[in-house]
Write a protein that binds this ligand. Structure first.
Ligand code: MG
Length: 243
């Protein structure tokens, strides 16, 4: 299964080898079990403004910037875009609801995988659409010694956000490597799309309620059912890459 996925990737992108130097991690739904809270917060916030955004649909938008999600929903529900001020208001409401929910736990298996990656000399990189101000503190609290500020891409760094390849290309740039020197770990369809569009081998972990096809149809090169499973199979994956 790994061999075939790697061969397909190399052939499609025209590389001879994956020469792994860094692993680019999405955050929500990958490192933290936080997507349930985001989906709930989106649903409730939009309802306050008289618009319908189901929790399941929120998973389909995962990875977009807040403004982009709000624009898509406003256009559909009302037929016109929100102006900048209203976008800010809606996003603030969503953030307030999110912050009022119980704090999300780290994803099971995530820290074991991160330590393994770091100890083997690979560079962990965070690539998230999140704009939480306390993000680095929170990461350091739950995953001490793993992430460094200079190897993080957040909402403050990007213009377009996922599914545009921009955030992942920026992640590569921060390390100074080519697409075939990294892999992406993503849980969201639009995040997978961004990783694939950046030319990077993209591993999907399906930690939410969407069918596997939602991730595979965006071009995921491999799919795992959990971070625990990815963590358990990581060494084998690396062995096959290095063959
Ligand atoms: Mg995610």
């Amino acid at each position: 299964m790994f061999e075939q996925a790697i061969q397909n990737y190399l052939k499609e992108k025209g590389y001879n080898k994956i020469n792994l130097k860094a692993v680019l991690f999405d955050m929500d739904g990958v490192l933290f079990d936080s997507m349930k809270n985001h989906a709930k917060a989106w649903n409730k916030a939009m309802a306050i403004y008289g618009m319908n955004l189901s929790e399941e649909e929120a998973y389909m938008h995962e990875g977009r910037t807040g403004a982009s999600t709000i624009n898509i929903v406003c256009m559909r529900e009302r037929g016109y875009n929100a102006d900048e001020e209203e976008i800010k208001k809606i996003y603030q409401t969503k953030s307030d609801i999110f912050n009022s929910l119980p704090k999300a736990e780290p994803m099971k298996g995530a820290y074991t995988l991160l330590r393994n990656i770091k100890e083997s000399g690979l560079q962990p990189v965070l690539v998230t659409g999140s704009g939480q101000l306390s993000l680095l503190d929170n990461l350091n609290h739950h995953f001490p010694g793993i992430f460094q500020k200079e190897f993080m891409v957040t909402a403050f760094d990007v213009k377009y956000g996922k599914p545009n390849p921009e955030p992942y290309l920026m992640g590569l740039k921060k390390v100074g490597i080519a697409p075939n020197e990294a892999v992406v770990v993503e849980n969201a369809p639009l995040g997978v799309k961004a990783g694939v569009a950046a030319g990077i081998f993209t591993i999907a972990v399906n930690t939410g309620p969407l069918p596997d096809s939602a991730l595979l149809n965006e071009g995921a090169n491999l799919l795992f059912r959990s971070m625990q499973e990815l963590s358990e199979k990581w060494d084998l994956f690396r062995e096959i890459i290095n063959k």
